[in-house]
Write a protein that binds this ligand. Structure first.
Ligand SMILES: CC(=O)SCCNC(=O)CCNC(=O)[C@H](O)C(C)(C)COP(=O)(O)OP(=O)(O)OC[C@H]1O[C@@H](n2cnc3c(N)ncnc32)[C@H](O)[C@@H]1OP(=O)(O)O
Ligand SMILES: CC(C)C(=O)C(=O)O
Length: 509
């Protein structure tokens, strides 16, 4: 184990701190399931004290996800730690992650605490966390702008109080590989206990997060905190896929093992991108659309003669799965099942029928159904984005143009009853929203956000629509993918509003 680096994924905590990203508990569960398939050792599910939604998401992940140890973040105060412990109650394996800043600027300007007060707080709060969970991690926020002597004192106190992992974050993405190597080396010399794991958590403000993380490993860190697609606060965190593939492709250099099933990387990247709405740049290492594409003649010639002339790893290693079966409207159930299996997705016979019907509809519009399309359909028919089955969308219609005000008509089935209604609005989305609200007799609802993202930019693929609706003391979301943007909009609106309808009728658990 000494030479195994633990992968601590913080996509759902620091990743969700990306400006503009807010995931529902259901979306977090879908990502958590994929992270478990990916094989992360630690899954930081959130910061329970931050909101009821965060608490709920951490609790749901803690009670349903098997495999990784589930982590909850807490400041060095009693309420945060108790809330984290409560959220983790049902987890088989769990860790409380306690942090406080140790740099002069953070202690003086932000915490307004003296260094001695900070040390006392670490001692008391790590002990408190330890009283709830055996596994406690302590992080010195802004470690790379902290004095080494102070970090050593803080680290020793945390270990004496029960922490078994010490994390030294480069919170503001300020350090360099050489400097970070020196910092971690100094910590390892001062705290040589092999049972205490040293950890890195690097931000990308100067584009150095992955390089600094690797320097930390070279200096002896055996835990890395990373996020899928490198998302996170400001410029983001070190990207999971880049760190892991460095360790894999450059085994000769780093000589450490990890537990990641690299074939699950691409799917994790796609899911996170889709649910967060943060698109992956085409030239992004490992998971960008162009990462394994070769354009120029000399490269293509080399590739045809021997792939290793221009590929230091194969796309299959990270799950790009070069599809050997082209899916389309003529595809049968066997081909669908096989491709789903290749993608690691399971479905019952009945679900395969539903997926096939959707694929045939899509195949009428698009000749080449790609894996993203298939996964989007799978998510909606089988996965965590499964549609509500309590109310059914029977029909919808929207009319708009330069000469007429946008109007919409909808027909929904609620139990045995069929309801029809219409609405008008400033635009077609608003008109549909009004029509659904009326049909479901929801008087106090507001459409607060509408996001549209093409899954395959530039291609005739599926567009994903996400809507957010407030009402009845609840904030809910709907999401749907279709090649017809208005159809996706109608399905997403119906999804979110029927959830609210079910709440008002107390059908939702
Ligand atoms: C580096 C990181 O990524 S740290 C994690 C960042 N993540 C988040 O902030 C999650 C989202 N945050 C939130 O929802 C809110 O900030 C909450 C619920 C946590 C706190 O909200 P509020 O009580 O309104 O406080 P606010 O955020 O304005 O200020 C933070 C307070 O925590 C204190 N604090 C900050 N870090 C710590 C810490 N590690 N330990 C103890 N206290 C801390 C600050 O000094 C400030 O205290 P003050 O109110 O006495 O001045
Ligand atoms: C809470 C810690 C680990 C953090 O996110 C940071 O310092 O960036």
């Amino acid at each position: 184990m000494a030479d195994t680096v633990r992968i601590f994924d913080t996509t759902l905590r620091d990743g969700e701190q990306s400006p503009g990203v807010a995931l529902t508990a259901q979306e977090k569960l879908a990502i958590a399931e994929q992270l478990a398939r990916l094989g992360v050792d630690y899954l930081e599910a959130g910061f329970p004290q931050a909101s009821e939604g965060d608490f709920d998401a951490v609790s749901r992940i803690a009670s349903s996800i098997q495999g990784p140890s589930i982590v909850a973040l807490a400041r060095c105060n009693r309420q945060d730690i108790e809330r984290a412990a409560q959220a983790l109650e049902k987890a088989q394996n769990a860790r409380i992650h306690v942090f406080i800043a140790t740099s002069p600027i953070h202690m003086q300007a932000k915490l307004r605490m003296s260094p001695e007060e900070v040390l006392e707080r670490i001692d008391a709060m790590v002990r408190l966390a330890k009283s709830y969970r055996d596994d406690v991690e302590f992080s010195c926020e802004d470690a790379t702008r902290s004095h080494h002597d102070f970090l050593i004192r803080a680290g020793r106190i945390a270990v004496a109080a029960g922490a078994s992992t010490l994390n030294f974050p480069d919170t503001v993405g300020y350090t360099s590989p050489r400097e970070y190597f020196q910092l971690i080396t100094a910590m390892r010399e001062a705290i040589p206990d092999p049972d205490v794991i040293l950890s890195v958590h690097c931000h990308d403000d100067l584009g150095m997060a992955v390089a600094n993380t690797l320097a930390g490993i070279e200096a002896g860190c055996r835990q890395v905190e990373v996020a899928v697609n490198g998302i996170g606060e400001r410029a983001g965190n070190a990207s999971l896929e880049e760190v892991v593939m460095n360790l894999t492709a450059r085994q000769d250099q780093y000589q450490v093992q990890h537990h990641i099933k690299t074939q699950e990387i691409y799917r994790a990247s796609q899911l996170v991108s889709k649910l967060t709405g943060m698109t992956v740049q085409p030239n992004k290492a490992i998971v960008g659309k162009n990462a394994f594409r070769h354009e120029s003649g000399i490269h293509q010639d080399g590739m045809l003669k021997d792939r290793s002339t221009y590929e230091i790893m194969t796309p299959e290693t990270v799950g790009w799965g070069l599809s050997r079966l082209v899916l389309g409207k003529h595809s049968g159930r066997h081909a669908l099942r096989q491709r789903l299996e290749e993608l690691g997705l399971t479905a019952t016979s009945q679900q395969i029928d539903q997926i096939q019907a959707r694929i045939k509809e899509l195949g009428e519009l698009k000749s080449d159904i790609n894996d993203q399309d298939l996964e989007a359909v799978w998510q909606e028919e089988v996965g965590q984005m499964r549609r509500s089955r309590h109310t059914e969308l029977v029909a919808w219609q929207v009319s708009t143009g330069s000469q007429n005000h946008p109007v919409a008509y909808v027909k929904v089935r609620v139990g045995q009853e069929t309801r029809e209604d219409s609405g008008s609005g400033d635009g077609p989305v608003h008109a549909l929203f009004q029509a659904f609200s009326r049909a479901l007799a929801l008087n106090h609802v507001e459409l607060t956000a509408y996001h549209l993202s093409p899954i395959s930019p530039g291609e005739a693929g599926l567009a994903t629509v996400q809507v957010e609706i407030n009402g009845y003391d609840c904030e809910t979301r709907g999401q749907a993918s279709d090649s017809d943007v208005m159809k996706a909009t109608a399905i997403a609106l119906h999804e979110a509003l029927s959830y609210l309808y079910e709440r008002t009728q107390n059908v939702v658990a």
